[in-house]
Design a protein around this ligand. Structure first.
Ligand SMILES: Nc1ncnc2c1ncn2[C@@H]1O[C@H](COP(=O)(O)OP(=O)(O)O)[C@@H](O)[C@H]1O
Ligand SMILES: Cc1ncsc1CCOP(=O)(O)O
Ligand SMILES: [Mg+2]
Length: 292
């Protein structure tokens, strides 16, 4: 295999991310969201501004009519209760039967035994992608060993501390695993279609952590990018979603005075993101296609 230079890698990623964003805008996929009460507004507005179509449909009675029309399912355990959990499992099973991608956000996975068990049960239903912060991914990878420290929905680890946990979880689950933080990490294991891959996205601004539900919103965006992509390109679609969201955060930060105005400018920047802005900011390391 020929080694690529950093510049070649950067140009290749810029082309990949732009083509995934264009596909999302052209196809405008319908995303079924079963997400927490805190995040519903930001998730829906993020999906709309990126070009997708969100629908918050969480009642099992509606799934047989609605889910066949959705292009992907997004499941988020942020405000979990036992009946929401049965809805989530029913929706994930149906998505699998219909061969539609589904994406899991294990919010605060290590905060209680109920939540951790729920996330592990959902993992058995084979999400296409799992996206969490470092503490969430570490909690899932160590399940049964140690609950570890918790700060609820926020992370008490740096994303780079979760590289080994992410690799382990990707191997164990067969899902693409994404860890958000100062550096976003995306990995998949050799045992799955996407091969043995590890990619780092170096975009974003720390202020994104001061807006509730930005993690939930970027996971929903992953569902939309994966929905608009060929299933074989789900890994690159995941990288693209994380990169586009973080770049919109950087652009929004240039106009913002604090978290509240960043929230507004983030959505505007996502809506208006064009190719020159993307090209000038993109900062991804790791190969953009199978290296075998
Ligand atoms: N220190 C940071 N610097 C730059 N971007 C960050 C930082 N921390 C988080 N982000 C970005 O904020 C968004 C939400 O991630 P994060 O805060 O880790 O999720 P969660 O809300 O699930 O904890 C992601 O786009 C991520 O890249
Ligand atoms: C504050 C809070 N409490 C339960 S869910 C939630 C939102 C968490 O959102 P995120 O993990 O994206 O910051
Ligand atoms: Mg957060």
């Amino acid at each position: 295999m020929e080694m690529k230079t950093n510049k070649e890698e950067e140009v290749e990623w810029a082309t990949t991310v732009w083509s995934h964003l264009t596909a999302l805008r052209d196809r405008s996929p319908l995303i079924q969201c079963i997400t927490n009460f805190v995040s519903m507004d930001l998730v829906a507005n993020t999906l709309l501004s990126a070009g997708a179509s969100p629908a918050m449909i969480h009642s099992q009675q509606e799934f047989s009519d609605f889910t066949p029309h959705a292009h992907a399912l997004y499941v988020n355990v942020g405000t979990l209760s036992p009946d929401w959990l049965s809805s989530m499992k029913a929706a994930a099973l149906l998505a699998n039967d219909l061969r539609k991608p589904w994406v899991l956000d294990p919010v605060a996975a290590g905060s209680s035994q109920f939540r951790l068990n729920a996330c592990l049960e959902l993992l058995l239903l084979k999400p296409t992608v799992i996206r969490g912060n470092a503490s969430e991914i570490i909690a899932l990878s160590q399940a049964g060993i140690d609950m570890g420290p918790t700060k609820g929905v926020d992370s008490c680890h740096e994303s780079m501390d979760a590289v080994e946990a992410a690799k382990f979880l990707a191997e164990k689950s067969g899902s693409i695993v994404a860890v958000s933080g100062a550096v976003d990490i995306i990995c998949s294991s050799k045992s799955i279609t996407h091969g043995d891959r590890l990619v780092f996205v170096h975009n974003g601004v720390p202020m994104l952590q001061k807006i509730t539900a930005t993690g939930c919103a970027v996971t929903a965006l992953i569902a939309a990018f994966v929905a608009a992509a060929d299933p074989l390109h789900a890994f690159d679609a995941t990288v693209s979603a994380l990169s586009v969201f973080a770049i919109a955060g950087e652009m929004g930060m240039e106009l913002a005075k604090g978290p509240a105005s960043l929230r507004m400018h983030l959505i505007d920047s996502l809506y208006g993101l064009d190719q020159p802005a993307l090209l000038s900011r993109i900062n991804i390391t790791g190969l953009s296609c199978h290296n075998t």
